[in-house]
Design a binder for this molecule. Structure first.
Ligand SMILES: [Zn+2]
Length: 337
């Protein structure tokens, strides 16, 4: 729900420059091995164009969003084959070379090795789409007490259409597994990496307690009376999807349409209930006393606010903890922070 400053990410990539170059070299090695085994001329031609892309561009894995956009359409589409159903309907499917390229690039392996470290350094722990869940899933390894953590990422430009972008770091958006499944290969209009500082400080997305909701709840004490709305930018693009021989126009979906944001957060009214109660109990003089106690401990004002509402209170920190966007927006509505 907010962008990260591109230069900050570049700094992290510089820190991992050796590992990133190793990923590119290993990818070239495996793609060349795959090429030796590939016989189909159309698959081979596509694969060789991918190999050439990796060999010619030393910095391909750190291409920024603009560069990725410029290059992605220049490479021909993944080869397809046609299937005719009993009713005579013709459908097109990508050939097996797509999956083989994905395997050679090693994206799955990087999810449990490099990505957890990389995104930890960038400071993302929470789904960049819904902000309600973590991006890590942990699994207990067989016969030991250790856990293996896997990082969930969405490919902004789908790995099905653009397998060669599957390990390009600016194409990776940390997400929760629900949002990853919900988005599939759909396009959405949200850029996680930006050069515009303002986009990294203020989110364009906003939760709001509907009018009268607080007053009504205070009378009834019924969670059902707590009602929130979610505001977001309206997508401007109508995307044209090309599926060999057929062109379909699809409207870019909103966050709410894709990830059911209101549906997720309507189950969290108890969080808002606590904030409403705090807004009633913590009057100005009580807040002053609390603040005085915090000052005596030499605790920063930001930490005072976080302790007060139980979450981060600035948009720029919303990748740090689940539900922070909801809590900070409603806390501001209630004049708590
Ligand atoms: Zn999510």
């Amino acid at each position: 729900m907010i962008a990260i400053y591109e230069n900050k990410v570049k700094g992290v990539q510089a820190h991992f420059s050796i590992e990133i170059e190793e990923q590119r070299e290993l990818a070239i090695l495996k793609l060349n091995k795959l090429n030796k085994k590939t016989t189909d001329p159309i698959d081979k031609a596509y694969l060789e164009s991918v190999i050439s892309l990796f060999e010619r561009n030393k910095n391909i894995l750190v291409w920024n969003s603009k560069k990725i956009n410029d290059v992605k359409e220049k490479l021909s589409s993944v080869p397809t084959y046609s299937k005719t159903s009993k009713k005579g309907k013709v459908t097109y499917h990508k050939t097996i070379i797509k999956d083989k390229i994905l395997y050679a690039l090693g994206y799955k392996n990087l999810r449990s090795t490099f990505y957890p470290e990389y995104f930890k350094k960038i400071g993302i722990k929470v789904c960049v789409y819904c902000n309600s869940q973590l991006t890590i899933t942990a699994k207990k390894t067989t016969n030991t007490s250790d856990y293996s953590a896997k990082f969930e990422v969405d490919h902004f430009h789908s790995k099905s259409e653009y397998p060669f972008l599957s390990i390009c770091l600016f194409n990776l958006y940390p997400v929760c597994s629900f949002c990853n499944r919900a988005k599939k290969d759909d396009a959405i209009e949200f850029e996680l990496y930006s050069n515009e500082v303002t986009k990294t400080i203020k989110s364009d997305y906003n939760f709001k307690l509907t009018s009268y909701s607080k007053a009504k709840y205070l009378i009834t004490k019924d969670l059902k009376d707590i009602d929130i709305t979610f505001k977001e930018p309206i997508p401007s693009k109508t995307k044209t999807k090309t599926k060999t021989k057929t062109k379909t126009k699809t409207k870019t979906k909103t966050f709410n349409e894709t990830f059911h944001i209101e549906g997720i957060y309507q189950t969290q009214t108890d969080v808002i209930e606590e904030l409403i109660i705090k807004s009633q109990m913590y009057n100005k003089s009580y807040l002053k006393t609390l603040k005085y106690s915090f000052d005596k401990l030499s605790i920063q004002p930001k930490l005072f606010k976080r302790t007060l509402v139980g979450n981060y209170t600035e948009d720029k920190d919303l990748h740090k903890r689940p539900m922070s966007k909801l809590v900070m927006d409603i806390a501001k509505d209630l004049d708590l922070v």
